[in-house]
Design a protein around this ligand. Structure first.
Ligand SMILES: [Zn+2]
Length: 308
């Protein structure tokens, strides 16, 4: 039997998105996601010896300093994924032309800046649609990892619903929709008319849920080390592949990094960097010792389900 596999993703959402969602003055936003969060994840992954995928927003490249951090990610051997051009939370509701531009320009600009071919996609706020899947396939993407089949109940239980909502206005409604909750938990090819059903379309790597726990950074922080390790252990027992998701802000802290107190509404930003790093290291280390950790682009290229 093929070895178990795991993929680690980091969505690099700049702080100004969080301000914008709440209608706050975004001039207080700093470059901490890129300048502090990303290097901390690079350091953690280097220590664990695992590759990852950083899903990036192309408009960030307009800030020259971001290009340096992007190149550092590539130089460390990690994959760059497309997290769209402008991180529009209403992506699936945009007119077709604008939606296609978000996808196509995101990939083109990130590829040019990184000097590598960007082929993977993660949607802002985990939203997708049949039309978006068609756009991805038509613009050269080889996989998508935007489906998050997790009931709000479980997120509320893990205490992460507020953070989830902050990350996408539509998260709640999408999560509540019947489609995504019945989506396959394992990697699959999406159906041309329904991205949450199996078909022969683009490979989809859903964000993993194991024993009711979404395998994401905020959930790990809320659960603590022992329960996080238990969650990934359950995932590895039940599934051949795990897709774990983090955000660059997951390794930021209000106190350690002197962030704007406005962000204190998020409980995990009150947790110290040292504590969160220890939790993530324990959970990821457990996975790395028992599964082949690989970049999703490589898995998508070699996976049986992606064979034409
Ligand atoms: Zn995002």
């Amino acid at each position: 039997m093929a070895p178990r596999t795991a993929a680690i993703g980091v969505d690099v959402d700049s702080l100004h998105h969080y301000y914008r969602i709440h209608g706050l003055d975004e001039t207080a936003a700093t470059e901490a996601s890129w300048a502090v969060g990303v290097p901390r994840f690079l350091d953690l992954f280097a220590e664990l010896g695992v590759p990852a995928t950083f899903y990036c927003v192309a408009e960030d490249l307009d800030r020259p300093v971001v290009r340096d951090y992007l190149r550092a990610v590539v130089a460390a051997g990690h994959e760059i994924g497309n997290h769209t051009w402008h991180h529009r939370y209403d992506l699936v509701r945009l007119p077709a032309e604008a939606r296609r531009a978000e996808v196509a320009e995101g990939r083109a600009r990130l590829s040019a800046a990184a000097g590598v071919d960007v082929v993977g996609f993660r949607s802002p706020g985990y939203t997708t649609s049949a039309a978006l899947q068609a756009d991805l396939a038509a613009t050269g993407h080889t996989y998508d990892t935007s489906v998050f089949p997790c009931a709000p109940y479980y997120l509320a239980k893990a205490g992460v619903m507020g953070w989830m909502r902050l990350r996408g206005r539509h998260t709640e409604s999408i999560l509540s929709g019947p489609g995504v909750l019945t989506a396959p938990r394992r990697p699959y090819r999406s159906h041309a008319r329904d991205p949450f059903r199996r078909g022969d379309g683009l490979p989809q790597y859903p964000v993993s849920v194991a024993a009711g726990v979404p395998l994401i950074g905020t959930a790990f922080t809320a659960l603590g080390q022992a329960a996080s390790v238990a969650a990934v252990a359950a995932g590895l027992r039940l599934q051949r592949h795990l897709t774990l998701e983090f955000h660059a802000v997951d390794l930021l802290s209000l106190a350690d990094d002197g962030l704007d107190p406005t962000l204190a509404m998020q409980p995990d930003l009150k947790v110290s960097v040292a504590r969160k790093r220890a939790i993530f290291k324990a959970a990821l280390g457990y996975v790395a010792r028992r599964a082949q950790v690989a970049r999703l682009a490589d898995l998508a290229a070699g996976a049986p389900h992606s064979a034409a």
